[in-house]
Design a protein around this ligand. Structure first.
Ligand SMILES: [Zn+2]
Length: 218
């Protein structure tokens, strides 16, 4: 699918998409778009020799594609080809699990880094992220927490951090903070996020701080 086709394909304002696409063009970064079914989650994929790929679900809103273009922006600005390390805690897991862990870590760090750019451009995206926050909180409340659940808790913390000061999300954060507090992770996660944000675009440093926190939580 060409970028022009993407513009006709999405609902909502398209100028913010054009702006990020133009930025990629100025950096000489090729990007491909593919239409996927409504039930598939939008994603940004990079790796190997292929150009980055953005999956666009049928009938999606422009903010969904904008979000994936923000991942592309970080991909360009941080000049990483692909993140090859994983937290040492997960050494020995199967390849598929490792890939999921790498993707999950990379995208959550991107989310902390690109902050609330998506809801600044598309205030209507707040509904989506508020629902995601609520949906993602409660599966983490299982007892006892598995190592993977703790990893997910910390990556979710990074992902939702940009919305923390927005009053629209305050009720949802009460539940989120309660779960972290009950586990004794609240201050550790907050401290880790401050450190990850401070090393903007340095993925190795971000992993160092994430892993340091993960080891204290497991
Ligand atoms: Zn994302």
């Amino acid at each position: 699918m060409t970028f022009k086709e993407v513009l006709n394909y999405v609902r909502g304002e398209t100028q913010p998409l054009q702006d990020l696409y133009d930025l990629a063009q100025r950096h000489g970064c090729a990007v491909e778009f593919v239409s996927v079914s409504k039930r598939t989650i939008a994603s940004f994929e990079s790796g190997g020799d292929q150009p980055p790929l953005i999956k666009c679900p049928v009938g999606c809103h422009a903010h969904v594609v904008y979000h994936e273009l923000l991942h592309l922006k970080i991909f360009i600005e941080s000049e990483y080809s692909f993140f090859n390390k994983i937290p040492a805690e997960f050494n020995g897991e199967g390849t598929k699990v490792i890939e999921k862990i790498k993707n999950s870590f990379c995208s959550s760090v991107d989310h902390a880094w690109f902050g609330s750019a998506e809801i600044n451009a598309y205030p209507e995206a707040k509904d989506y992220w508020c629902k995601r926050l609520n949906d993602d909180i409660w599966p983490l409340a299982t007892n006892p927490p598995t190592r993977r659940a703790i990893f997910d808790m910390l990556t979710h913390w990074l992902t939702f951090d940009p919305y923390r000061t927005d009053p629209y999300f305050s009720d949802s954060f009460k539940g989120f903070d309660h779960i972290f507090s009950a586990r004794g992770f609240l201050e550790l996660a907050a401290d880790m996020t401050t450190k990850v944000k401070s090393v903007c675009l340095d993925r190795d440093a971000a992993l160092y701080y994430f892993e340091e926190c993960l080891l204290k939580c497991v």
